[in-house]
Design a protein around this ligand. Structure first.
Ligand SMILES: [Mn+2]
Length: 237
């Protein structure tokens, strides 16, 4: 039996990322894949990227990484979001940008005759600007994408709420955001692959929410108060 671990949308939550990687390291995974959006929103983009860079995680790019290496002009962002992304950029070092420039948009794995595709959100390496701006897609859009990319299993992030969707014989799984969580637990997705079955489930783990709260209360950055409440359930005042 082969096992793959997948997580997405850490969004600067260092405490979540370190808990996930600690838990993953206790087990035996053939591959660990991060579906992007490690940076932005939360307080610790730079620390999170360092942790990813020093692990054996396959890092795929999300829109928030693309804003950093290609510029926010690639999307249709509100002015306040642009200010936020500028602040993220200021926290990054040259080594982070060099690393991100080498990361890919998607990854295919053929295991036991089944084709698995991983990407942040329907990104396509063959197109320069795939699916910009990053609109929320409806079921019809997802069907069309699966029709044009006939894989057995597709895993994405981007939407912070996890969901699954079937199109013909393809199963689409949005793993959801591991970093933007309001409780003191987070999760990652485990894929078990054997000759006669594929099992997909979520592993819930605890994380140090207290330290995260302390951190976000002690740093100021564009949109922090509203982000803190809506993405992490932390009231600043
Ligand atoms: Mn995203």
């Amino acid at each position: 039996m082969k096992k793959i671990a997948v997580f997405s949308d850490i969004h600067g939550n260092y405490q979540v990322l370190s808990s996930i990687l600690d838990d993953i390291n206790k087990d035996n995974f053939m591959e660990v894949i991060c579906l992007g959006d490690v940076v932005g929103i939360g307080p610790d983009s730079s620390k999170c990227l360092d942790l990813i860079m020093n692990s054996n995680v396959t890092m795929l790019l999300g829109n928030h990484e693309l804003y950093q290496i290609k510029g926010t002009e690639i999307d249709d962002l509100k002015t306040s979001f642009v200010e936020h992304e500028k602040w993220v950029f200021e926290t990054l070092e040259e080594r982070h940008l060099e690393y991100l420039n080498k990361c890919k948009l998607s990854k295919d794995l053929l295991i036991n005759g089944r084709l698995f595709n991983f990407c942040h959100f329907f990104f396509d390496d063959t197109k320069e600007y795939p699916f910009y701006p990053f609109a929320i897609l409806n079921d019809g859009d997802i069907s069309l994408i699966l029709k044009n990319n006939p894989v057995d299993y597709m895993f994405c992030g981007h939407h912070h709420q996890a969901f699954q969707y079937n199109y013909k014989s393809s199963l689409f799984t949005c793993v959801g955001s591991s970093g933007c969580v309001c409780e003191n637990t987070t999760f990652y997705t485990v894929i078990e692959i054997d000759c006669d079955y594929v099992k997909i489930y979520r592993k819930e783990i605890e994380y140090d929410k207290k330290s995260f709260e302390k951190r976000i209360k002690n740093i100021d950055y564009p949109d922090r108060d509203i982000i803190s409440k809506s993405f992490f359930g932390v009231n600043i005042k």
